[in-house]
Design a protein around this ligand. Structure first.
Ligand code: AMP
Ligand code: TRP
Length: 337
């Protein structure tokens, strides 16, 4: 039986932290055993918000190295701008997507506000509005069955299915399969400095723990994690303590110590310092292998670049096949020069 196809992408903006690692990237790694996987670093998407052209290329390579260091196989990785068919399919899909639907996307509404606030001429790019159509092209060009993403992407996946459906109706053929989302089991990781908000880079330095930060910093951040927020309900675990247990479980701590600490908690005997020490040990232990991998990859940057250009070229063949079929279906010329 042929394996189902999984596709997901991530923008080269900012560092990898425990939130997006446990919420998304770890799942990418695990899915590789059972699916044909395509994982993209979407640099075209990173241009939709005000950005620094001098940094984009470095951020792209940095993210590629981080993804490989945590276990994504290079053969499954591609860089979006190396596969121009994504942008071509984007144009074709623009003509199968309603303008009104794009203006109703929550991410567009949120980001257009922060985009216009962050520059004095209130600039909001048309790329930001069109962002989800390029995302639909990323997904459908590989005919993905499943797309592992966070809940925040549900609306974009619905739009992708609408585009696929309108396309199929338009060309009179069930050409595209409608992809499904695949959610992770890991609940949202919260900021250790404020467990009422999610761990995220945009909230500021103390609100995220970088996967590649040095050990001392990680231990310090976990040591100072907020455990009681003042608004905890009696008899209910506070969100800060719950977040520490989530981190302990997710980072693969030995089941015994998790169980022991949980039973201490239930007996009202848990020392937060013990819980924090266990979380620190377990996180530090998990990432020490990632860091070693990263060090080796950084020593062979040229080798990494070569591999990713090769994997992108291989993956591109599949995109080219879809685009040629699509061009036939929509009435465009399909000439090889
Ligand atoms: P971001 O880093 O915010 O661009 O998100 C990349 C992916 O990681 C998305 O699929 C998010 O849903 C997921 N993600 C980001 N932050 C968290 C978090 N704190 N907890 C769980 N998942 C997250
Ligand atoms: N919009 C996604 C995010 O912000 C990134 C993305 C771009 C994506 N293209 C995709 C995710 C295709 C899944 C599939 O996280």
């Amino acid at each position: 039986m042929s394996r189902k196809t999984v596709l997901s992408c991530i923008q080269p903006t900012g560092e990898m932290h425990l939130g997006n690692y446990f919420g998304a990237v770890k799942n990418w790694v695990d899915l590789q055993a059972d699916y044909d996987c395509f994982y993209g670093v979407v640099d075209y998407h990173a241009m939709t918000m005000p950005y620094d052209p001098k940094k984009l290329r470095n951020n792209t390579w940095e993210l590629i190295i981080n993804l490989i260091a945590v276990g994504v196989e290079p053969k499954n990785l591609f860089i979006q701008s190396l596969i121009p068919e994504h942008a071509e399919l984007n144009w074709i899909f623009n003509c199968y997507c309603s303008y009104g639907q794009l203006t109703r996307m929550t991410q567009f509404k949120d980001k257009s506000q922060s985009s216009s606030e962050s520059n004095k001429d209130n600039f909001i790019s048309a790329g930001l509005l069109d962002y989800p159509v390029l995302q639909a092209a990323d997904i459908l060009i590989y005919k993905a069955d499943f797309v592992p993403v966070g809940k925040d992407q549900e609306q974009h996946l619905e739009l992708t299915r609408d585009i696929a459906q309108r396309f199929n109706n338009g060309v009179g053929k069930e050409y595209f399969v409608l992809p499904d989302t695949l959610y992770t089991d890991t609940p949202k990781i919260k900021s250790t400095a404020d467990p009422n908000r999610k761990m995220s880079k945009s909230a500021g330095e103390k609100h995220y723990i970088s996967v590649f930060a040095d050990e001392a910093r990680i231990r310090k951040q976990i040591k100072s994690a907020v455990t009681d927020t003042g608004d905890s309900v009696k008899g209910q675990m506070s969100s800060g303590v719950e977040n520490l247990f989530t981190l302990l479980n997710a980072s693969g701590d030995s089941p015994n110590s998790y169980k022991q600490l949980m039973s201490d908690y239930k007996a009202g005997m848990l020392k937060y310092s013990d819980l924090k020490a266990a979380v620190s040990d377990s996180v530090v232990d998990m990432i020490s292998a990632f860091k070693e991998n990263k060090k080796a990859l950084l020593e062979d940057k040229r080798g990494v670049k070569y591999k990713i250009k090769e994997s992108s070229a291989e993956i591109r063949k599949r995109a080219q096949k879809t685009l040629a079929e699509v061009k036939d279906l929509v009435g465009l010329l399909n000439v090889k020069f």
